[in-house]
Ligand binder design. Structure first.
Ligand code: SAH
Length: 355
């Protein structure tokens, strides 16, 4: 699919025409990754962070926020719970926290992998390559690091670089792939200043990067962040991408079309903007993964990257997040096993043809 076609879909508003996009995404999803909905248990292991991301509610710019770091025993108990619930993967996510050391994470990954039942996905921010290599050696399977936006100027505004570190996340994503991780990335939809053109470039990049996992969600303003306080300009009228459920669904559907075998979650942020059916809409329009939150309640409220997180209202095994009933009512099946990316057989095209 060309960038012009992607752009046309992003600007499409007619419900009947969009039904064509939803149907195509759903058909490609069924054909290429099947009806399984893989469940990944999310554990938010630390809300300490050294970054000042202008969008995020747990950035260093929140001196008022109570900080926590889970113990290895607590995290291992969450991983056991994921296995008991029949999930194939545990996702360990945190702020960018140097207090979480290379050795500590390596030991933790070995411990979780020792039960033999779970894939381990890490999402610990931008870490030096020796950390990433050590964790891969310890058995970590996947790494999630969204590039947030491919507009370099916008990215630097909302994600100020640390002194001495190169800006941008693309080099790290390349290293992750070279280390043998399954690599996940993605963007926020509707960042103030994000244009349709740049979002179309983001989607085209998904294909170019051959991502294994693609996570996208609407930008949700956090009142205690610079972006939430309205300190950053919107793009000119007609150019600014709205941070809506509909726009997010368009990107989910396009992500499925350009990366047919990728694992694509219906994200918490999507469920936050539409608590009733956000996840169902995502799953019906290209997504094949849910990430139920397994973080203990006392920590969960402190990992407030954006306000109103859907998981604050839901328990782990309840319908909102990973309820099997909800999946089966959609005619889908709860995934079994780790739900790794299925790679296409040799000789088949990497993306489906144009609209
Ligand atoms: N420190 C890790 C994990 C961050 S949280 C990292 O930076 O990779 C995971 C994702 O949540 C981020 O990549 C971002 O895309 C999303 N996120 C953060 N703040 C958000 C907000 N206010 N609205 C919507 N999504 C947000």
């Amino acid at each position: 699919m060309t960038r012009a076609e992607i752009l046309r879909w992003l600007r499409e508003e007619d419900p009947a025409t969009l039904d064509v996009l939803w149907a195509r995404a759903d058909a490609v999803r069924r054909e290429r990754v099947g009806d399984a909905v893989h469940l990944r248990g999310l554990v938010e292991i630390s809300n300490h962070c050294v970054r000042r991301c202008a969008y995020c509610g747990i950035s260093l710019g929140r001196p008022d926020l109570v900080r926590y770091r889970m113990s290895a025993d607590e995290i291992a108990a969450c991983a056991d719970r994921a296995a008991e619930l029949g999930y194939g993967t545990v996702v360990l996510q945190s702020g960018e926290d140097p207090g979480i050391t290379r050795e500590w994470v390596s030991d933790l990954v070995r411990r979780v992998k020792a039960n033999g039942r779970l894939a381990v996905t890490l999402s610990l921010g931008e870490r030096p390559e020796p950390d990433l290599a050590a964790w891969r050696d310890a058995g970590a399977d996947r790494y999630l690091l969204r590039f947030e936006t491919s507009d370099a100027a916008l990215y630097e505004r909302i994600h100020p670089p640390l002194a001495g570190r190169p800006p941008g996340r693309f080099a790290i994503l390349e290293r992750l792939a070279a280390l043998g991780y399954e690599v996940g990335s993605g963007v926020m939809i509707g960042i103030p200043g994000q244009t349709y053109e740049s979002l179309a470039a983001d989607v085209a990049l998904f294909a170019g990067m051959d991502l294994d996992m693609i996570g996208v969600g609407p930008f949700i303003p956090h009142p205690a962040s610079p972006l939430g306080r309205g300190e950053f300009p919107q793009a000119p009228a007609g150019e600014q991408v709205p941070s809506t459920e509909l726009m997010t669904c368009k990107v989910v559907a396009l992500a499925r079309l350009v990366c047919p075998e990728a694992n694509i979650p219906a994200t918490t942020a999507l469920a936050t903007v539409n608590p009733q059916d956000g996840r169902e809409h995502g799953l019906a329009r290209g997504a094949n993964v849910l990430m139920p939150n397994l973080t203990p309640a006392r920590y969960r409220a402190l990992y407030e990257i954006h306000p109103g997180k859907a998981c604050l209202r839901e328990g782990a095994a309840e319908p909102g997040a990973g309820g099997r009933g909800r999946i089966e009512r959609m005619g889908r099946t709860p995934g079994s096993g780790p739900g790794s990316r299925r790679r296409r057989p040799r000789g088949t095209p990497s993306s489906s043809s144009g609209p």
